[in-house]
Design a protein around this ligand. Structure first.
Ligand code: DC
Length: 224
């Protein structure tokens, strides 16, 4: 199996941006698996599929062709050939995706796809269940977290930078709701794998977080 790094953690822990930089420094690809679930969430919203209709969501997911292109500028995500990269980052899609990703049929389809991709190329995958479900044999597993207020503050600042209207208390409440859904769902809830190294980025700078992860990777791969 090519080198795979599993990175899991809750929303706002900085996974995507940290994962991008870590993967680039290691010269491997970064697969943002959340974007794949978001592609399904967006499609469900567009087609008006009810969020509690598991059979319809599973059928939708099996009919869709979700593909990704990992480029030096970041990942592009496609649904049936349409580039949806810019469309999947809204709060509406975030909330829908957290619901859609509870459906076992949706998860099964995504896990299958992610395993195929990881078998082809060395990569770092970031998500919620990479270390526990998608790649339980990955040699390096990292669980990236930070306290909820800190994660909400980062998310709030991101939204403000993009010029979006944002209310901190609302961002914090949404984040707690998504944590609650992601951690308490029946199938593959978010939790650290037993052999994951937990990296808490509360109080760490971006660079310190990257360095910490690189040192975990080095340590784990040296002992292989
Ligand atoms: O990482 P993100 O915020 O882009 O993820 C969007 C949603 O997708 C999130 O609510 C949890 C879900 N997800 C998942 O269930 N499993 C993954 N491997 C990745 C994301």
């Amino acid at each position: 199996m090519p080198l795979t790094i599993a990175m899991d953690g809750p929303v706002g822990a900085g996974k995507s941006t940290i994962a991008d930089v870590v993967a680039r420094r290691l010269g491997i690809l970064h697969l943002d698996t959340g974007a794949m679930y978001r592609a399904v969430g967006l499609s469900a919203l567009r087609r008006g599929v009810r969020m509690d209709d598991e059979a319809a969501l599973t059928a939708l997911c099996e009919a869709l062709r979700v593909t990704v292109a990992c480029t030096p500028e970041g990942q592009h995500t496609f649904v049936d050939g349409e580039d949806v990269t810019g469309l999947i980052r809204t709060e509406e899609v975030s909330m829908a995706t957290s619901t859609v990703s509870k459906v076992p049929g949706v998860r099964a389809a995504m896990v299958r796809l992610q395993r195929q991709l990881a078998a082809e190329t060395p990569m770092l995958l970031d998500g919620r269940d990479i270390g526990t479900r998608v790649l339980p044999d990955a040699p390096v597993k990292i669980y990236l977290t930070a306290d909820a207020r800190e994660r909400a503050r980062r998310r709030y600042e991101q939204l403000r930078e993009k010029g979006a209207e944002a209310d901190f208390e609302q961002v914090l409440a949404d984040l707690r709701r998504r944590d609650e859904q992601d951690m308490n769902r029946a199938v593959d809830p978010l939790r650290p794998a037993e052999d994951a190294v937990i990296v808490d980025t509360t109080g760490l700078t971006f660079e310190e977080s990257v360095e910490k992860i690189l040192s975990v990777v080095k340590e784990r791969t040296e002992h292989e």
